[in-house]
Write a protein of this length. Structure first.
Lengths: 199, 486, 118
């Protein structure tokens, strides 16, 4: 009973966090709501008995991936998001469509004959069980994952490293400084600063 | 313990990974200005080694790694297709990388690793492994699409492809999860037997639909095709030659395996599978939208992108057709499409020159006079894409349409034939521009480098071989179809 | 199983309660008379020159994503370590292949200079 209550509470928190993520207009606020979603999902996994997955959820998602998210937000210096006509259409059409789709899938899931309700906490997924599966039955997918990770490394380095031409010499230092200075004094940037100061 | 035969059954993947690692190892040791050739040769040896390994596998059919992969005629067919496509693209990229100043180590490495995923997709019979392989092949193509870093279009193409692609992958994953819920397994033969025992529950329908959304995106079939023109336009042309053939054919292999093996009992009994109408609709819409879209394009890359959508539609017609004839027709279509589309994009990539400047139809005017051989090669690929006899495209379409008629799909066949007629118009427009219109501008004539020549020769040979003597390949495809359905 | 986690839940509850209670309590207790100067980022009176949210260099991104990638790799070590004895030499070989492939990637990054802060 306690499990069920905890499960429902965290389910509500997860959904609320996800909704807040969509509603918030500043990316950092959205990112923080995402942490809430990830964290409550971790608790849900734990309640279902998937201990290892819960730990991973906290370490990788709530930890590493969120750091990456925040870095990217700071990298882009993304400000408050502007609502456009397009996103309003998405709001009017998308939300009902999502709702209908979700309800349909839920209805199908509930009606499925061989899908019973699982007792909360009845399943068992500690690292030892995962280790057995991962290094025996799922050996090939596990090994292939290393290739996937390798591709991710390559992609990050290729796409994020600065573009340089083989034929052009590197820019001399004073010129680079001048460019940096020029980039720093964008008029739009200045305006936002003053606007915030006066408010 | 694992037997040696198990390792032989994934030998092409092992060879590709090893050579990919060698490329990564050698890459930093060479000066960046002179590394294209050595790295390219390593990659070429790797992909040819994988071709040889796939042929060698023929003597070792059977399952491996606790039934996660199966080597049969079907997997070998697609292994050969994918690895040969990779080898051809690697061969054709040498000059392009030098002209566009693209980092060679990463380029060849990603092609080799991506091919690992594609090869694995055709032999994997377990949905989790298929998912990981699909991710490998997709992620490497997302990155490859953005390789022209200086060009905003290329970056846009990469980002668009990545965002929409990962969205589609999520659908596929959700489909896997629901299929696991419906049948209690992620192993395709076990799913098949579970569905046979209990009949297909409603949940299985939803699972099929979601998986079809995910995979339909990857093969650029309507209504999941909107990304195709933008991505193909912006991505580097040799990469487009690669990603419009190899990963796509690997996804077709996955689709064939999932859709036909899980439904084989009802298919053999002659009844229509649960996914029949989706495939029917998607095929009809893809053909129509693809061909109509291509009519108004002036950019040749965009036009070929729309034509790729249309061809995905023709291929899906074979899915809806009678199972055995349908699978073999689809496989034959996959082989001939790979040959002709790869060749066409390689010609486009060579002609486009540095910075991909010359890609519009107006640039192609007078090409027949300036470089007659190049124009003739492109003409062969285009008439094959139309489906004129004596080329691969003719028999590909012929087998697909006759398989559809065998299953009494009269309406679908009519739509397909009408679409082929529409398609002829825009392919012919390019040919007319090349031979009958005079050029209005000065376009430098580039010497065709040896690698591109070799690739084009191989593609032309394949197109003509399949167009004149389709028998052997079709027979192999039929045998694979039988082994798949059993 | 989750019974074993009750202490952790209690711990989490306490951890969440402390900041919540202190914030509410101090809000009630403290005197409140805000002033424009006091709310500025530097209370010592220096006028801020620029926005705190500047654009960061893309180098941070490479470091962050490499961290994520190798974090994922490390996660796989855990189920292997707890089963190490039982998996034996074969397990060691499996992990060796997995790590070997990734170490080539690591060497590649290193040699390529992606870790250097130019």
């Amino acid at each position: 009973m306690l499990h069920l209550i905890l499960f429902s509470v965290f389910a509500v928190i997860a959904v609320a966090g996800a909704l807040n993520l969509l509603v918030q207009r500043h990316p950092i606020s959205s990112a923080l709501s995402l942490i809430v979603v990830m964290g409550s999902l971790a608790v849900e996994y734990l309640l279902l008995g998937a201990e290892f997955v819960a730990a991973i959820q906290v370490i990788i998602y709530a930890g590493a991936i969120m750091v990456l998210f925040v870095f990217v937000i700071m990298l882009l210096n993304a400000g408050v998001e502007e609502r456009t006509k397009g996103s309003k259409v998405a709001l009017i059409l998308g939300f009902p469509a999502m709702l209908v789709g979700g309800l349909l899938v839920a209805w199908v899931l509930l009606r499925a004959p061989n899908v019973g309700s699982v007792n909360v906490g009845a399943m068992y997924g500690p690292p030892k069980a995962i280790g057995w599966l991962l290094f025996h039955d799922f050996l090939l997918p596990f090994e292939v994952t290393s290739v996937l990770v390798l591709i991710a490394i390559m992609g990050a380095v290729v796409l994020a490293s600065p573009v340089r031409s083989r034929f052009s010499r590197p820019q001399p230092e004073p010129e680079r400084q001048a460019l940096k200075a020029a980039a720093g004094t964008e008029p739009a940037h200045e305006e936002t600063v003053t606007a915030r100061r006066s408010s | 313990m694992i037997a040696t035969a198990d390792y032989i059954r994934i030998l092409p993947e092992i060879v590709l990974t090893l050579f990919g690692l060698i490329v990564m190892f050698v890459d930093p040791l060479l000066p960046e200005s002179r590394n294209v050739k050595p790295l390219g040769i390593i990659a070429l040896i790797g992909s040819l080694g994988a071709v040889a390994a796939s042929i060698y596998q023929m003597r070792y059919p059977g399952p491996a790694f606790w039934n996660f992969v199966v080597v049969d005629n079907f997997s070998i067919f697609f292994h050969l297709l994918v690895t040969i496509a990779a080898a051809l693209v690697i061969m054709a990229s040498f000059e392009y990388l030098r002209v566009q100043e693209i980092r060679a180590g990463e380029y060849f490495g990603l092609i080799l690793f991506g091919t690992v995923g594609m090869a694995l997709m055709s032999s994997a019979v377990e949905l989790v492994l298929i998912f990981i392989a699909l991710e490998i092949s997709s992620i490497s193509t997302y990155i490859l699409a953005g390789f022209r870093r200086r060009d905003a279009g290329s970056v846009e193409s990469s980002l668009k492809y990545f965002l929409l692609g990962s969205f589609a992958t999520a659908f596929f994953l959700y489909g896997i999860a629901l299929m696991f819920g419906a049948t209690g397994s992620t192993d395709i033969p076990q799913i098949a037997s579970a569905l046979r025992l209990n009949g297909a529950p409603l949940l299985a329908y939803v699972a099929y639909a979601l998986m079809f959304v995910g995979l339909g995106f990857k093969i650029a079939s309507a209504p999941f095709h909107v990304w195709t023109p933008d991505v193909y336009e912006g991505a580097p042309s040799p990469v487009v030659a690669f990603m419009s053939t190899a990963p796509k054919m690997a996804v077709f292999a996955v689709l064939l395996r999932i859709l036909f093996v899980t439904e084989s009992p009802s298919l053999l009994a002659g009844s229509r599978p649960v996914w029949f109408w989706w495939v029917w609709g998607s095929a009809a819409v893809s053909m129509t939208l693809g061909n109509l879209g291509a009519l108004v394009q002036n950019n040749v890359k965009r036009m070929l992108a729309y034509s790729a959508i249309a061809h995905a539609g023709y291929l899906l017609v074979a899915f809806a057709a009678a199972p055995e004839a349908g699978i073999s027709a689809a496989m034959f279509y996959a082989a001939s499409y790979t040959a002709m589309n790869l060749g066409a994009f390689i010609v486009v990539s060579h002609f486009a020159n540095a910075g991909e400047r010359y890609v519009t139809l107006d640039d192609y005017t007078g090409l027949g006079r300036r470089s007659p051989l190049l124009a003739m090669t492109l003409t062969i690929f285009l008439i094959s894409l139309i489906g004129i006899p004596a080329t691969a495209g003719f028999f590909a379409k012929f087998y697909v349409f006759s398989a559809a008629l065998k299953a009494n799909l009269v309406w679908l066949t009519i739509i397909a034939v009408v679409n082929s007629a529409i398609g002829a118009y825009y392919y012919l427009r390019v040919i007319v521009a090349m031979y009958m219109r005079d050029s209005t501008q000065e376009i430098p004539v580039m010497r065709v480098p040896a690698g591109v020549t070799a690739t084009l020769l191989c593609s032309v040979a394949a197109v003509i071989y399949l167009g004149i003597l389709p028998g052997r390949v079709l027979e192999f495809a039929t045998r694979s179809a039988q082994s798949l359905l059993r | 199983m989750p019974q074993n986690y009750v202490p952790i839940f209690l711990f989490m509850g306490v951890a969440f309660a402390i900041p919540a209670v202190t914030l509410v309590l101090f809000k009630l207790v403290r005197p409140e008379n805000p002033h424009k100067t006091k709310l500025m980022p530097y209370e010592c009176g220096i006028t801020p020159l620029d926005d705190a949210r500047g654009r960061y260099t893309v180098r941070f991104y490479i470091v962050a994503i490499l961290f994520v990638v190798f974090d994922v790799e490390t996660i796989f070590l855990l189920p292997w370590a707890v089963r190490f004895r039982w998996l034996g030499k074969f397990g060691l070989l499996e992990m060796g292949i997995f790590l070997g492939i990734l170490i080539v990637g690591y060497i590649w990054i290193w040699k390529k200079g992606a870790l250097e802060w130019v």
